[in-house]
Design a protein around this ligand. Sequence first.
Ligand SMILES: Cc1ncc(COP(=O)(O)O)c(C=O)c1O
Length: 336
Amino acid sequence: MRQGLAEIESSEFGYVAAHGLRAARHAVADYLRRTRGVVADPRRIVLCSGATQAVALLAQCLDGPLAMEDPGFWLHRMVLRHNGIDPLHVPVDEDGIDVDALTACDATTVVTTPAHQSPTGVVLSAPRRTELLEWAQPGRLIIEDDYDAEYRYDRAPIGALQGVAPDRVVYIGSTSKTLAPGLRIGWMVLPAHLIARVRTAKSLADTGSSVMDQIAFSQFLTSGAYDRHLRQMRRRYLSRRNALLAALSRHLPRAEVLGAAAGVHLTVRFPAGFPIEELTRRATELRIRLEPLGPCYAEPDTAPPGLILGYANLTESQIARGVEMLGQAARGLGAA
Ligand SMILES: Cc1ncc(COP(=O)(O)O)c(C=O)c1O
């Protein structure tokens, strides 16, 4: 922040650019172009308070029915509803979002997580990617939530959809998985026809994100420190992920693991009929907080018994100990 402040004019601290400082939008554009293949014109970028604000602002600017993945990120579903949109639900399978089902519903916009589906962790397959891009005819829009694409372990990175169809895709990203959710730093790259509307929505929401944060983040990006941080974290999270996989196969061998190739979480599914509420209750008694899959489903009661397991913020020994205790809690329930 100190380095950034040394280079900035005091005029940048007025109510000048609700969509973000020029320097910060340029730094984000360079980064997205280089790492995600995004067609990132800084004039099309709106900096915002995380992916969550991006979804809220877009909800205020879009017309027509909107669909999201089922299961999907429960918070985004709530944000959409809070902004007057009741999303249609499109199922997800092991290839990602079901594009036939998307076509069959009336939606003109879809919110999707192609690089690492939230929550299942599956990656949108190449054929589905093509189908989804074909779905995005004029008048239709894909909102690509690229929330954790920086982390990829067992396969080559796949570029953002936006890079192929920049006029049909809104690209969303944030620092919540790479630095910390509490920073509330995020961005959108918009098709030309949405720029004015989304800028106005951002301006009316809060007149712009904190200039201090934008200065610090753009300094972090342009100095190369963000790249160094990501390289270091990739190695660390790979070890943590491997520790989690090893512990799961040892202590919960009947749990099916999904989505381990990327991101900072994976999901496990238990055999049908497994009493996930009872496991969650027993785990709580052991002071282990679990996140079941249920709330991510439009109809939580129909969710398969499963858990979302984040591993980025735990040491390898905490992971090993936690899963061992989970295995003990699951004893007699049909998963161990
Ligand atoms: C699917 C998805 N998108 C985006 C985010 C990040 O949201 P934000 O940038 O508002 O913290 C998360 C965080 O958990 C997420 O799961």
